[in-house]
Write a new protein. Structure first.
Length: 158
C-alpha cells in the first residue's frame, strides 16, 4: 500500500508536469523579462539569507538562533522557487543564466527543487534542536545543493 502510494504520487507528478508543459502559453518579451527579474530576486534573497551562517561553516562560534533564522528565510524562498521558474523564457533572447533544460526537462528540475526543500527542512529541524554538529552538516548539504542545481541548470554560477 505504501509503495502504491509512492508510485501513485510519482505518476501524479509526471502527469502534472506533462499538463504544465503542454499548456505553455506564448509569453511576451515583457512577461519574460519580469519572470527573469523575480527568479533572480528569489535567488539573491537565498544568498542574502544564507550569508550570515557561512562564517560558522568556517569555524566561527555556533549560534543556533542565526541558523534557525536563515533556514526559515530560505524555506520562504524555496516555497516560491517552482512559481518563479514557471515561465519558459528560453524562447526569447533575453539575458539570463538559466539553462533551457529547466523547461525541456521539468522533472529533473522539480527533483532538484525537492532536494533543496528537503535540505532546508533538515537544516531547520537540526537548528531547532540546537544540535551543532547536525546543523553544520545540514547547512553544508544546503550549500552543496545550491551548487548542484547551478551546475545543472545555470550558466557560469558556482
Ligand atoms: C532548483 C535550482 C536552484 C537552486 C536549488 C538554487 N539555485 Fe540559484 N540559480 C538557479 C538558476 C537557474 C539561476 C539563474 C537564474 C537566471 O539568471 O535567470 C540561479 C541564479 C542564482 C544567483 C544569481 C542571481 C542573479 O541576480 O542573477 C544567485 C546569487 C543564486 N542563484 C544563489 C543561490 C543560493 C545561495 C542557493 C542555495 C541557498 C541557490 N541559488 C539555489 C538555480 C538554483
Amino acid at each position: 500500500m505504501k509503495l502504491f502510494t509512492k508510485v501513485a504520487s510519482i505518476l501524479g507528478l509526471i502527469g502534472a508536469l506533462a499538463i504544465a508543459s503542454a499548456q505553455t502559453a506564448p509569453v511576451s518579451e515583457q512577461q519574460a523579462a519580469e519572470a527573469i527579474k523575480f527568479r533572480q530576486a528569489d535567488m539573491d534573497m537565498q544568498a542574502y539569507s544564507l550569508a550570515p551562517v557561512l562564517p560558522m561553516l568556517d569555524g566561527a562560534r555556533f549560534d543556533a538562533a542565526v541558523m534557525l533564522k536563515a533556514s526559515s528565510r530560505l524555506a520562504v524562498m524555496m516555497e516560491m522557487l517552482r512559481d518563479v521558474f514557471e515561465t519558459n523564457t528560453s524562447v526569447l533572447p533575453l539575458k539570463t543564466n538559466a539553462r533551457n533544460q529547466i523547461w525541456s526537462d521539468p522533472l529533473a528540475f522539480e527533483l532538484q527543487i525537492r532536494d533543496m526543500q528537503a535540505a532546508v527542512a533538515n537544516m531547520a529541524s537540526a537548528a531547532t534542536k540546537g544540535d551543532q554538529l547536525a546543523t553544520l552538516k545540514a547547512t553544508r548539504t544546503v550549500v552543496n545543493t545550491c551548487r548542484t542545481c547551478h551546475e545543472r541548470f545555470a550558466v557560469g554560477l558556482k
